[in-house]
Design a binder for this molecule. Structure first.
Ligand code: GUN
Ligand code: ZN
Length: 439
């Protein structure tokens, strides 16, 4: 069989191993080469060395551009794509007034498919190649999203939202239906191609303890299935959980009681945690998803990066669209940087890149397939163009290292800075400007 092999020449940056100190563990090739065959990366190194080994293969020249692993968005909501940037409310009123009515539309299979395709396109345009996304309570919303992701052979995680109270009746399931529907979806999608399933109780206020107990059975039955939910986002929400679950010592303890605090459990927000909750998160191997644009937009609070680092909790950056205000993970890092400045612990550009690539890949036990550019992993990578507009051109002239360039693109960049997105070796984004040149 004739396997097509391609060499990509660029300035290359990634983290080959797990680390607590990304600033010293990044590997950079100023004139690098990445070789791809049969969906996977087969070689990485200096162009001079690699091009000698692969002298006969097709070469794509991205000199002057930065090649990094495809980005991982660890928490967002695909049904909320159309309600991004909705003015005026904090979490609980925002859910009631805007979110629940929007999610009701996903009763329709056609609507699920329509929004799933728009959502996947937004991810790709912004350089995100893996996402952990919430669907709605409807099974068909999960089917539509996995189907759209599978058509591009994307590595993808989603799950049916489970909620049986404190939301409109038209969105409520039951303990039994949440369990049987989730079980059916696990059988259909988990481990099929690059898809992985996530048990998805929306958050403790919308699940009765009977429902969490039903999901706990699945969590124990399927130890490699993800769990995704919300934790300690808004002060009123935290109070509410205390009154709904008075027998539990903390908000996190509610989830722990139902076997949901573990590796591959991803908790959105984590803004108002006690020291004990941080320790419990760390010990369990679970992940805190830091969603800065959402936290600022809903006025929820500032993520305590010092506490998260002190406890060595896995931290993943995430957009949380539609409370988050951008699909762009680099912009999301830019906002995380501003929040961390207010917390007197600025997150460096390399730490930021780690929190959207190798960091979450390691936390989810997926680093043998995503999150880095090691040979053997899937060829999910993106090309960043530091010269995408006149301001960036002016700014980039003053900079000479990848970390500073990444930083500038995170503050002044947008989707135009993502020149190309490759998923399993196939180019899924060609920037408008370049496609004109090619045409
Ligand atoms: N808490 C429960 N549901 C949601 C949601 O959809 N978005 C956010 N930001 N927080 C939540
Ligand atoms: Zn969320």
């Amino acid at each position: 069989m004739n396997i097509k092999t391609t060499l990509y020449r660029a300035n290359i940056l990634h983290f080959p191993v797990a680390t607590l100190t990304p600033d010293t563990q990044a590997v950079m090739f100023d004139d690098g080469a990445l070789v791809v065959a049969n969906q996977k990366i087969i070689a990485l190194g200096h162009y001079n060395d690699i091009s000698r080994q692969y002298s006969k293969v097709n070469t794509v020249d991205y000199r002057g551009r930065l090649l990094v692993p495809g980005l991982i968005d660890s928490h967002l909501h695909y049904p909320q794509t159309e309600m991004i940037a909705q003015y005026g409310k904090q979490l609980l009123a925002w859910l009631q007034n805007y979110t629940f009515p929007t999610e009701n539309k996903f009763e329709s299979v056609e609507y699920c498919e329509h929004i799933a395709n728009i959502f996947i396109r937004q991810l790709i345009d912004n350089g995100t190649t893996t996402a952990l996304a919430f669907s709605t309570v409807h099974k068909q919303s999960v089917d539509a999203l996995f189907t759209a992701a599978s058509s591009l052979n994307m590595s993808f995680v989603t799950g049916k939202v489970c909620m049986d109270r404190h939301c409109p009746e038209y969105l409520q399931d039951t303990p039994a239906s949440a369990q049987s529907d989730s079980d059916e979806l696990i059988a259909r999608w988990h481990g099929k191609g690059r898809n992985l399933y996530a048990l998805t109780p929306r958050f403790a206020p919308t699940s009765s303890s009977a429902q969490l107990a039903a999901l706990s059975e699945l969590a124990q039955q399927y130890p490699d299935v993800f769990v995704q939910t919300h934790l300690s986002e808004n002060a009123h929400e935290v109070e509410w959980v205390r009154s709904l679950y008075p027998e539990h010592s903390s908000y996190l303890d509610v989830y722990a009681n139902f076997n949901m605090v573990r590796k591959r459990a991803v908790f959105g927000h984590c803004l108002h945690l006690s020291e004990d909750e941080w320790s419990q998160l760390a010990e369990s191997g679970a992940t805190a998803a830091f969603c800065p644009t959402s936290n600022l937009f809903l006025g929820s609070g500032l993520f305590d990066i010092q506490a998260a680092k002190r406890h060595q909790v896995n931290i993943a950056l995430a957009t949380d669209v539609g409370a988050g205000t951008t699909f762009n993970m680099l912009r999301t890092y830019g906002e995380a940087y501003k929040v961390s400045q207010l917390k007197h612990a600025p997150i460096s550009p390399l730490e930021g890149l780690y929190m959207m690539t190798q960091g979450p890949a390691q936390a989810y036990d997926l680093a043998d397939s995503i999150g880095n550019l090691n040979p053997g992993t899937y060829a999910d990578f993106i090309i960043l163009d530091p010269h995408f507009n006149s301001l960036s051109q002016l700014r980039i002239k003053q900079l000479n290292n990848a970390s500073d360039i990444l930083f500038a693109l995170s503050l002044i960049g947008d989707d135009r800075a993502i020149e190309a997105t490759y998923i399993a070796g196939n180019q899924q984004k060609i920037s408008m400007e370049k496609s004109h040149v090619l045409a």
